[in-house]
Design a protein around this ligand. Structure first.
Ligand SMILES: *[C@@H]1O[C@H](CO)[C@@H](O)[C@H](O)[C@H]1NC(C)=O
Ligand SMILES: *[C@@H]1O[C@H](CO)[C@@H](O)[C@H](O)[C@H]1NC(C)=O
Ligand SMILES: *[C@@H]1O[C@H](CO)[C@@H](O)[C@H](O)[C@H]1NC(C)=O
Ligand SMILES: *[C@@H]1O[C@H](CO)[C@@H](O)[C@H](O)[C@H]1NC(C)=O
Ligand SMILES: *[C@@H]1O[C@H](CO)[C@@H](O)[C@H](O)[C@H]1NC(C)=O
Ligand SMILES: *[C@@H]1O[C@H](CO)[C@@H](O)[C@H](O)[C@H]1NC(C)=O
Ligand SMILES: *[C@@H]1O[C@H](CO)[C@@H](O)[C@H](O)[C@H]1NC(C)=O
Ligand SMILES: *[C@@H]1O[C@H](CO)[C@@H](O)[C@H](O)[C@H]1NC(C)=O
Ligand SMILES: *[C@@H]1O[C@H](CO)[C@@H](O)[C@H](O)[C@H]1NC(C)=O
Length: 483
């Protein structure tokens, strides 16, 4: 289904009906400008902090402050109530810091408004002008992976065996091989620009993203790029669009939805979050936050865009999103608080009055405001919301998945379940799905603990199968020293 540009512009121009109230919002955000992935450690730059801070300020004016245009119902406007906000990011320097700075824009220092009066009458204000402290939870179940911004190839860290196999298959596709051959002279011609970092053996479409990233970062930060006369606008454009093609190929393939697992996980999180917010409207014993914020990598955007049929709206959705981009899922209620709807918006690059998020229709539909039930049925087609489903889709049966699929523990078989995996997996699945929340909590706790241990020990889990490019389900996890 193709939408004409006119009808699209018309759709995005439509304001929310004045009776509709925003009751919850989920924002998925990319980090700001950072240093190149070619030199570890990767870090958020001052320019990047400016971008995410501006975006945070924009969303404050849209959803939070008392003068906000679409203020979220009953949100605390000046001093945050931590029960109303949930902020997550994977364990990653760039993404964690981006989230922190975004929050400084969302809830700036509140001065005396956040001061307290002690028992003896003394007034105390927190440092830095009443700075507000909102925790950014480092979750291993985030849509993007631990240390995303230090990984050149994002899927490699997903831990999802089937997705890694599927992404690997891109390198054997006719499209990839044809492009690899047809662009070889282009990449070779750029060697004078990149040869301090990329040997000639690496100057090819195979490294389209890392070469683009290196040059792109250099054009922003390095005033003395060697042979920069080669970097004409058309060369820069080709570098970017080849990187787009490469990353899209790794992130999404319509015939193999598992490749887009990052988008499925994000979809599951959005659905669970908004559903909880919605339930809390009518059930006082089920309170839930109203503003969810997650920071993640561009690959999660691409994977979600593909799954949600956004490329049928515009091929723009197959391109890598700019730094500090944000995708927004807005949950609204009508006047009577009976009919709920969801609207999807996207801002490419820092959201601002000059670059506001625009509404786009999800799931190939022709409208941007979807009744709740339509949103649920659309997103459920690809959302992965619990550990057991993830393990099943990814073909993982060891570690946490063994627990989630009921392959170990409780049945006294001493953990020797590997051979009996399939049958037991089926048996355990329904129980695990029934205990979605329990499983997720367990996953967070277990993975969080593992991550902590590994962070302390300077280790990371590497999928052995993935490294060998092998075909098959469960990869064998082993711990290797970080390089
Ligand atoms: C009030 O209590 C605080 C904290 O115990 C203390 O630091 C401060 O000196 C007290 N002020 C007066 C006027 O006693
Ligand atoms: C997409 O998946 C199909 C089916 O597995 C495969 O034939 C095709 O080569 C893939 N395309 C790309 C670009 O990976
Ligand atoms: C990189 O390219 C420049 C310009 O062509 C050349 O002078 C230099 O020797 C090359 N360096 C390496 C390490 O190949
Ligand atoms: C900028 O380019 C120069 C010349 O190649 C190089 O020596 C330097 O390391 C680069 N700086 C950065 C920050 O990449
Ligand atoms: C929303 O939450 C309720 C209560 O927990 C649950 O019964 C329902 O299945 C959930 N709906 C979706 C679509 O997840
Ligand atoms: C309200 O929430 C509580 C706690 O989650 C749950 O046990 C109860 O079933 C919910 N009530 C309804 C009517 O959904
Ligand atoms: C796609 O991107 C181009 C260039 O940035 C822009 O002019 C156009 O409006 C975009 N289309 C949509 C549907 O967002
Ligand atoms: C965002 O902008 C980049 C250009 O910087 C473009 O390649 C990409 O397609 C755009 N994405 C969307 C969804 O507009
Ligand atoms: C576990 O294995 C050990 C050693 O093989 C055995 O002694 C023990 O009885 C087993 N426990 C159960 C619960 O099967």
């Amino acid at each position: 289904m193709e939408l004409t540009l006119t009808s699209l512009l018309l759709l995005s121009a439509l304001p929310l009906s004045s009776a509709d109230k925003v009751i919850g919002t989920y924002i998925f955000h990319r980090h700001g400008d950072r240093t190149t992935k070619s030199y570890a450690p990767v870090s958020l730059t001052p320019l990047g902090t400016e971008q995410v801070f501006a975006s945070g300020s924009y969303y404050r004016d849209l959803y939070v402050s008392s003068a906000a245009t679409s203020q979220i119902q009953s949100i605390s406007p000046t001093v945050p109530k931590l029960s109303q906000i949930s902020v997550t990011a994977p364990i990653d320097n760039v993404l964690q810091n981006s989230a922190q700075v975004f929050l400084q824009g969302l809830y700036p220092p509140a001065g005396s408004a956040s001061a307290e009066t002690l028992a003896n009458g003394t007034k105390v204000q927190s440092p830095l002008g009443g700075y507000q402290y909102i925790p950014v939870n480092a979750v291993s179940t985030a849509s993007s992976n631990t240390n995303s911004e230090s990984n050149e190839w994002l899927q490699a860290g997903s831990g999802c065996g089937q997705a890694i196999v599927s992404s690997n298959a891109y390198f054997a596709s006719a499209e990839y091989l044809a492009t690899l051959a047809s662009t070889q002279s282009f990449y070779t011609s750029l060697l004078p620009v990149i040869n301090t970092t990329f040997p000639s053996s690496k100057a090819s479409f195979k490294n389209a993203y890392t070469i683009f990233d290196y040059v792109h970062v250099s054009t922003i930060h390095n005033a003395s790029i060697p042979s920069d006369d080669l970097l004409t606008p058309s060369t820069l454009h080709q570098l970017q669009t080849r990187a787009d093609q490469h990353e899209w190929g790794l992130a999404y393939n319509a015939s193999e939805p598992i490749r887009a697992i990052a988008g499925s996980v994000l979809a599951g999180q959005v659905l669970q979050f908004l559903n909880a917010t919605l339930q809390s409207q009518t059930n006082a014993s089920a309170p839930a936050p109203a503003l969810g914020i997650q920071f993640g990598a561009y690959a999660s955007f691409l994977a979600f865009f593909g799954l949600a049929s956004l490329p049928t709206v515009s091929t723009n959705f197959t391109g890598i999103v700019d730094y500090a981009s944000s995708a927004v899922f807005e949950l609204t209620a009508d006047d009577a608080g009976k009919a709920y709807s969801v609207r999807f918006l996207f801002a490419n690059g820092t959201a601002s009055a000059a670059n506001p998020p625009t509404a786009y229709p999800l799931f190939g539909q022709d409208k941007t405001v979807l009744p709740w039930d339509d949103f649920v049925s659309g997103i459920q087609k690809f959302a992965v919301a619990d550990t057991a489903s993830w393990c099943k889709a990814c073909g993982e049966t060891t570690g946490t998945c063994a627990t989630a699929l009921g392959l170990t523990g409780g049945n006294g078989n001493n953990g020797s379940a590997t051979t009996a995996g399939q049958t037991q997996g089926k048996g355990g699945l329904s129980t695990a799905v029934g205990g979605v929340i329990g499983a997720l909590v367990t996953l967070v706790v277990i993975l969080g603990f593992e991550a902590l241990v590994m962070a302390v020990a300077g280790l990371r889990v590497v999928k052995k199968k993935a490294l060998q490019g092998g075909v098959g389900g469960a990869g064998v996890s082993q711990v290797e020293p970080k390089v």
